[in-house]
Design a protein around this ligand. Structure first.
Ligand code: FES
Length: 633
């Protein structure tokens, strides 16, 4: 039996089988609805309001995440609510993915432009009764003078070639890829029209750049949320979804390719570039994003020994993947390493040049999955740590993405009153990653919480007992955009941030210990990724995300994965370098590392249970110390 679900306020309708969830209906109807945990009922973000229709009793997760009082008012979790009647559902603003402030640019190393694509103009002798050889033989003759014999012709070109040659008076431009295949033939001199696309598929965001392959200039850069986010915020949720069926895997592949095509389309509209002249796409992403883009089975990425299906670089025809550039164009994917450390980590290294540095450098590409790379020109250690989406606002009661109205900066005064800044100066709707880090660092500095993260401030109008323990009121409801609820930081929120930061810190410490290195030996810390572009380094040090080293030794390079993809697009030399980097990188699987476990427990304290490692932070914070040293060192 089928029921109709209508979504407000847009009025989209969809029919679904009974017992499907409202989330499934929203996905089918293409309704913008956040499902950060992929429908497991754990993030509590897919809140909807039942306007009409009878509903089954709430699940345990709903009671836990929403509370019976709000359930009685019709508030439910879309992923838990089964459709057993025709329903009218309102999707509130806060449950929408929405447009967020995306940082997609990164450092731009100067690079000699030497792409995989060449455009050459020729004037070819036409056939005659004395010389009636075939068109392809004539082309071969011209190319062999340039040392390019044995070229191949794309089948589409074979069909178009005779007409173009004759109509142009045998004056044509060839587009040649890999020095051996002709993928386009155009009348006249079109050697200046040569463009490519660099793509960085992050777990959370997708960035696309259109690059002029003659001048090397970026003509277009834009990003959107990774459209796969509606199937789950983190890598594990998406692996689980994709592993359920062949159709789910295809759905995830279709969704990322549609996202890339959407951005290419925008790029074509905003520039003078024609689709026909986009010849190559270079793609980077962690192994899961890379595999889902190629439609490869990701099941084994989630199971020990966590090996990727492919580790080498590949060239695939754009038309086979459905990427809307020149149909004979090429898609190049960089190599992967192991576990979740993929092509994006290699791009990070390429762009930051840490593989050439004499001194030890620590690079952290902070995201839902954080890649950590440590070393210098003699070798690099790497790992991937599941920092989770808490820094993106997930799993935090009033957390939201970096969109309009998100609190992005927080200062707490000595009297515990709060000053804050929101994105676009709008009334606060929630708090984004940088705001959460600031807020918790400030709560620690001013003594509202102790080093174990416990809220210890008493008898103040901003501290109260909430449904799930103590909470600190950041913004009173009268000041918020909705005017309905106070924006609070709960004890559970603090725990979520502690888990996220502990994963990153423990990842880095594991590599340090594996490499036999000490904190003092690190000459530079590079924070890559959008996260690094907006966090306050002091707040990050106070809560112990990064080591307590002078701020002058910390640099923020932005989206280095995107930068590395552009380098490989602009020059094939970087592709060769990428192959060399792979050989230098030693992968550490954290799931089996005892050091990681121990360091994780240490790092659950703020800044850490090893207070002596954080001298600057300890001189700033006023919080009482509450560290139980139960980890044997
Ligand atoms: Fe529904 Fe997370 S609780 S998607």
């Amino acid at each position: 039996m089928e029921f109709e679900v209508k979504f407000l306020p847009e009025g989209k309708k969809i029919s679904v089988q009974d017992s499907s969830t409202v989330l499934t209906a929203a996905l089918k109807a293409d309704v913008d609805l956040v499902a950060l945990c992929g429908g497991r009922g754990t993030c509590g973000k897919c809140l909807v309001e039942v306007v009409k229709g009878s509903t089954p009793p709430p699940t345990e997760q709903e009671v836990r995440k929403i509370g019976r009082e709000r359930i009685a008012k019709g508030i439910r979790l879309a992923c838990q609510l089964k459709v057993l009647d025709h329903l009218i559902i309102n999707v509130p603003d806060k449950s929408r993915i929405g447009r967020q402030k995306l940082v997609i640019m990164g450092v731009e190393p100067t690079a000699k432009v030497s792409p995989n694509i060449k455009k050459l103009y020729f004037e070819i002798n036409p056939p005659s009764l004395e010389d009636p050889r075939g068109d392809d033989v004539r082309i071969n003759e011209v190319l062999s003078h340039l040392g390019m014999s044995n070229f191949s012709l794309d089948y589409t070109i074979i069909k178009e070639m005779p007409k173009i040659l004759r109509e142009s008076g045998w004056k044509v431009t060839f587009t040649i890829i890999n020095n051996r295949e002709i993928i386009n033939i155009q009348p006249g001199d079109k050697t200046k029209d040569c463009y490519g696309v660099a793509v960085d598929i992050g777990t959370t965001k997708l960035a696309v750049f259109i690059v002029d392959l003659i001048s090397g200039k970026i003509l277009f850069a834009d990003g959107i949320m990774n459209p796969q986010i509606k199937y789950g915020e983190d890598v594990i949720s998406r692996i689980q979804y994709a592993s359920q069926s062949e159709e789910n895997l295809k759905e995830l592949q279709r969704s990322i390719i549609a996202g890339i095509n959407e951005l290419i389309e925008r790029g074509l509209m905003e520039t003078d570039v024609r689709r026909e002249d986009l010849y190559e796409v270079v793609v980077v992403g962690n192994t899961a994003m890379h595999h889902l883009f190629l439609g490869l089975n990701v099941k084994w990425l989630g199971l020990a020994p966590y090996s990727p299906v492919i580790g080498m670089s590949y060239n695939i025809k754009a038309k086979e993947l459905g990427i809307n550039i020149n149909p004979s164009g090429n898609v190049y994917t960089l190599p992967n390493i192991a576990g979740f450390v993929g092509a994006d980590a290699i791009a990070d290294v390429l762009a930051s040049r840490i593989h050439e540095k004499e001194k030890i450098t620590l690079l952290m590409d902070v995201g839902t999955n954080t890649e950590v790379i440590l070393g210098n020109k003699r070798g690099l250690w790497c790992c991937s740590t599941a920092s989770g989406p808490a820094f993106e606002g997930a799993h935090v009661r009033y957390g939201m993405r970096a969109a309009s109205g998100a609190i992005e900066k927080v200062k707490i005064r000595e009297d515990f009153e709060v000053e804050y800044i929101t994105i676009n100066d709008e009334k606060p709707r929630g708090i984004c990653g940088s705001g959460i880090i600031d807020a918790i660092a400030e709560m620690l500095r001013t003594g509202i919480i102790d080093t174990s993260g416990r809220i210890i401030l008493k008898n103040h109008r901003r501290v109260r007992e909430g449904g799930f323990g103590k909470e600190f009121i950041l913004v009173f409801k009268e000041e918020t955009a909705t005017g309905e609820e106070d924006i609070v930081i709960t004890q559970e929120d603090i725990r979520e941030i502690q888990k996220a930061k502990a994963a990153i810190y423990a990842g880095y410490m594991t590599l340090m210990k594996k490499g036999g290195l000490k904190k003092e030996e690190i000459s530079e810390i590079i924070i890559a990724g959008a996260f690094g572009s907006y966090i306050d380094p002091l707040s990050a040090k106070i809560i112990g995300i990064i080591p307590d080293l002078p701020t002058s030794r910390i640099s923020f390079l932005g989206n280095t994965a995107g930068s590395g993809a552009r380098l490989c697009l602009k020059s094939i030399d970087y592709r060769k370098e990428a192959e060399e980097i792979v050989k230098k990188m030693k992968y550490v699987e954290l799931a089996v590392e005892r050091i990681f476990e121990e360091e994780y427990i240490n790092a659950m304290f703020m800044p850490n249970s090893r207070l002596e490692d954080f001298p600057e932070v300890m001189s700033i914070i006023k919080s009482p110390i509450n560290v139980r040293r139960y980890v044997k060192r």
